[in-house]
Design a protein around this ligand. Sequence first.
Ligand code: PLP
Length: 228
Amino acid sequence: MSVAENLNCVKATLKEGVELVAVSKYHPVEELQEAYDAGQRTFGESHVQEMVAKHEVLPQDIRWHFIGHLQTNKVKYMASFVSLIHSVDSLKLMKEIDKQARKVGRRIDVLLQLHVAKEETKFGFSPDEVLAMLDGEEWRAMQGIRIVGLMAMATNTDDEGQIASEFGAVKGLFDVVKSRFFAEEPSFKEISMGMSGDYMVAQEHGSTLVRIGSMIFGDRDYGKPFAV
Ligand SMILES: *Cc1c(COP(=O)(O)O)cnc(C)c1O
């Protein structure tokens, strides 16, 4: 099946109001162009250099979402164009995004990444940490960022019950954060959760953004350098 056919199959399974982020990391620009020609405008990348290179050669109306672990020293390369950063996992990173966004006269939308999976390797705030960070008022002064929701990854497991309980916990925390800190902010409305293997479960638990790669573009070839 072609990229366009895969894309249409995935889109046919999305609930109303759920936005598709086509995760194109490690795939060459020709494949992104094919998805673009089939109507896709939102793409997710997890390496800064790769996203910058693709942004330079692909149509300018693409919305680039950054979904990977982000080092503070790389924020400056994408501050001028990134449309949403899903993976904000520290106050230090928020400060840097704020600074770089103000430098280019922007306010960048971000999601706070939560750690809910039973895996040591996943980045993110714990539920307690995110509440403590928001209780501290520092973020309120950051004119260069706008917090528009939460992001999370479930444990990589076949146990659908566990995935469902993790996504359910994210939705529960989203509701708490919304009512405590963003009740007056209609822009705080996004829950980024769900990948190729678990997005149907995520949709049942209130996901508004699903990040889907391999179902659209096929397997990634990690052996190749960034294929731009
Ligand atoms: C790679 C990646 C995805 C997409 O994963 P697939 O299983 O290919 O759909 C989603 N979210 C994040 C954070 C990723 O790094």
